[in-house]
Design a protein around this ligand. Sequence first.
Ligand SMILES: Cc1cc2nc3c(=O)[nH]c(=O)nc-3n(C[C@H](O)[C@H](O)[C@H](O)COP(=O)(O)O)c2cc1C
Length: 190
Amino acid sequence: MSLYDLIITKRTVRRFKQDPIPDEIVSRIMEAARQAPSGANIQPLKYMVIKTADMCKKVFENTGWAGYLKGEGTPKEGEQPVLYVVILVDTQIRNDGAKHDCGAAAQNMMLAAWEEGIGSCWIGSLKRDNLVNVLGIDERYVIDTVIAFGYSDEQVVSEDAKGDIKYYRDENMVHHVPKRTLAELILKSF
Ligand SMILES: Cc1cc2nc3c(=O)[nH]c(=O)nc-3n(C[C@H](O)[C@H](O)[C@H](O)COP(=O)(O)O)c2cc1C
């Protein structure tokens, strides 16, 4: 797929096959994070990579899924992520203002994964204090977000929003993501 097609087709996935992700692909995903742009090239981000089944389970317990679906969007046993990357800000390198770095690194990782057919869900809804304990995170690091990965086992489609932007699942369990139209987004064009 072209880069453009990867960007256009990459949707948030919340149901995953249980096949493990090969280490070479995990390395490619992390290299994509490393090569992301960074304000003033300060590079304050650090990462934790979680692959083992027992640690994945512990991370999963501290993540929140698909708020609009009221519990229905939480992956069930057998469809949960098989890889997590925790994005951390190293406050000894940069104390604040790393949000844009986090966004760029996150999207790079998710696109690199999608090129391999690996879906992802970027997760901001976290029990951060629990994760600090579970992962033994030193206080110099602040958790930004977590990205969950796994081979996609879900059909997700984008569509033009007609007022409501809440995503929903239809009777066939297809996940629909309403996107505001370009006519609404582009305020002026000179
Ligand atoms: C910063 C950020 C945080 C997010 N946090 C969560 C989350 O905690 N749980 C979740 O299920 N989805 C989360 N998402 C995924 C969004 O719900 C998703 O991007 C949105 O519904 C649009 O769908 P799409 O990514 O397929 O275009 C998050 C997305 C972003 C950008």
